[in-house]
Design a protein around this ligand. Structure first.
Ligand code: ADP
Ligand code: ZN
Length: 526
């Protein structure tokens, strides 16, 4: 059944890259581009996009020209390819003229398989003339969402890429992106004149992963319960935000009879690689790690990925949870998150280097992550929708298995928001959720008395809810943008949306806090 071309691409996969077989979707794309077709590829991060142009570039005559905005990564990418014996080079603004001339000479002499170019290079006429004088096997446009106004990193340089086709009509083009919203997809196709190209859309769904997100109370104990009741003896990854909590959590698990190893950038290189090697080699080990762990880890039988802290973005969450269940067997993605996570991440964003636009982007990422946490709908549907894909309720996530009830939280929201407004009006701005909730519950703590908050008219007006329920209200209002948090102390502040709730009767539907974390009832074991 295999055509000569197919076996040639498979051979390159085996011989050069050392992999046995193509991943889902790769083969069709590789074959299509190898035989000269144009392609637009939407594939999740980590799905294996690079091979989709690297193998055709190696099989076809000439040099594969890769346009990538990730200038900082070019050296590493090229080094990695060279280590495999692939003749690769790059041209970007970080090089001095001598280095550039050397790469150009290699290109012209036909001594390269792959040439990485920063997009701005193609606005320079001399680069275009250079490409004319050599033989180009294909153009790969990586991070193709950069061409889109909808995308996160719009690059005017990318617009010029639509001209490639006019200048080199016979050279196949493959554009690749992991950003799959419908609007972006359509815009990439039209801006790069790839309407007639074959569109390959990989699914972002991982049906064997059960997504669960629970309120964080005693995270280490909650984790231990999960491991004991559902994952005893299983291999898994536990993600924590800080090195300190990685160490503490690993210690805690070990003390409770679970074989766990820490992994973070503060450990020396030998320990790190030893722990990683043991995780890959041995059965049933748990690695407790910062997000430094996992890149390029391809262990098929990771049965659970647990997050003890909120990931910074849905993309990150998807990538990290995606390390579970590569073998297709049932696996768990479990996340515990609480109000403190939101405060902490806000603080990180506010204090981060970079300009206002960068901070806005980080905020948008956090908001999307919060929305996923607080959704009353199927987690999978929400996750896929984030990546622009449709799906029906999965029947296998926590919200599907135990649909959260919703309740009319308008009055509760008004009580909470008016407390926030009062403290603000009195220029007492340094109060977080704890103080606000103490006031609502009518608790005469020393801090309440000290600031005379027991004389406020809202003091004690919220006794109909328990503290954990109020925390849920705060989290959900944050997720809905009806409340915001700022500064080092997690000060709660109002938003334009808050005013609608307070003064315009906007209704607020909230999800009821689960009494107990939903447990998997349909899980089938190996
Ligand atoms: P993407 O660009 O889509 O994020 P990469 O191309 O970087 O993903 O690939 C992600 C990881 O998967 C890399 O470590 C890569 O070597 C590995 N990989 C890709 N294809 C295969 C395959 N067919 N078999 C095994 N590993 C693969
Ligand atoms: Zn579901």
């Amino acid at each position: 059944m295999t055509s000569p071309e197919v076996s040639e691409t498979l051979q390159v996969l085996n011989r050069v890259f050392g992999y046995d077989s193509f991943r889902q979707g790769q083969q069709e794309i590789v074959d299509h581009v190898t035989s000269g077709g144009d392609a637009l590829v939407l594939m999740p991060t980590g799905g294996g996009k690079s091979l989709c142009y690297q193998i055709p570039a190696l099989v076809r005559q000439g040099v594969g020209v890769v346009i990538s905005p990730l200038i900082a990564l070019m050296q590493d990418q090229v080094d990695a390819l060279r280590a495999l014996g692939v003749r690769a080079g790059f041209l970007n603004s970080t090089q001095d003229p001598d280095e550039r001339r050397m790469v150009e000479a290699e290109f012209l002499a036909g001594e390269l398989d792959l040439l990485y170019l920063a997009p701005e290079r193609l606005r320079v006429e001399s680069t275009l003339q250079l490409l004319d004088r050599g033989k180009v096997a294909l153009f790969a446009i990586d991070e193709a969402h950069c061409v889109s106004q909808w995308g996160h990193d719009f690059r005017p340089d990318y617009l010029a890429l639509s001209d490639l086709h006019e200048r080199w009509p016979d050279v196949p083009r493959i554009a690749l992106t992991a950003t799959a919203t419908k609007a972006t997809h359509a815009e990439i196709a039209s801006r790069l004149k790839l309407e007639d190209a074959h569109h390959f859309v990989a699914s972002f769904d991982r049906p064997n992963i059960q997504y669960r997100i629970v309120p964080k109370n005693e995270p280490k104990k909650q984790l231990l319960d999960l491991l004991r009741s559902e994952h005893s003896g299983d291999a898994g990854i536990v993600y924590c935000l800080s090195r300190k909590s990685v160490e503490e959590t690993a210690d805690f698990l070990v003390r409770n009879g679970i074989e766990a190893l820490p992994y973070h950038a503060g450990l020396d290189a030998r320990t790190r690689s030893e722990h990683q090697a043991r995780f890959l080699r041995e059965d049933g080990l748990v690695v407790v790690a910062t997000i430094a762990f996992g890149m390029g880890i391809d262990k098929p039988d990771v049965r659970f990925v647990a997050h003890l802290d909120l990931p910074k973005s849905v993309e990150g969450y998807y990538q990290e949870t995606g390390r579970a269940g590569r073998d297709g067997l049932p696996s768990t993605a479990w996340l515990a998150y609480g109000l403190q996570d939101v405060v902490q991440q806000r603080k990180l964003i506010d204090g981060s280097e970079g300009d206002a636009a960068h901070r806005r982007k980080q905020s948008a990422h956090l908001d999307a992550m919060l929305a996923l946490c607080e959704t009353v709908e199927c987690r999978r549907v929400q996750l896929l929708a984030y990546f622009g894909q449709d799906g029906a309720a999965c029947g296998n996530c926590d919200t599907c298995l135990a649909p959260p009830e919703s309740w009319d939280g308008t009055v509760a929201a008004q009580k909470l928001l008016s407390t926030v407004v009062r403290l603000r009006r009195e220029r007492r701005q340094k109060f977080g959720a704890g103080q606000i909730i103490d006031i609502l519950l009518g608790r005469k703590t020393s801090k309440v008395v000290q600031h005379d908050h027991d004389s406020l008219s809202v003091f004690g007006v919220g006794t109909e809810l328990a503290e954990s329920e109020w925390r849920g209200v705060v989290r959900q209002l944050l997720a809905k943008g009806l409340l915001a948090v700022e500064g080092d102390y997690g000060t709660l502040v109002t938003t334009p949306g808050s005013d609608e709730v307070l003064y315009q009767g906007r209704q607020v539907l909230l999800r009821r806090e689960p009494k107990r974390a939903a447990k998997a009832s349909t899980r089938t074991r190996r």
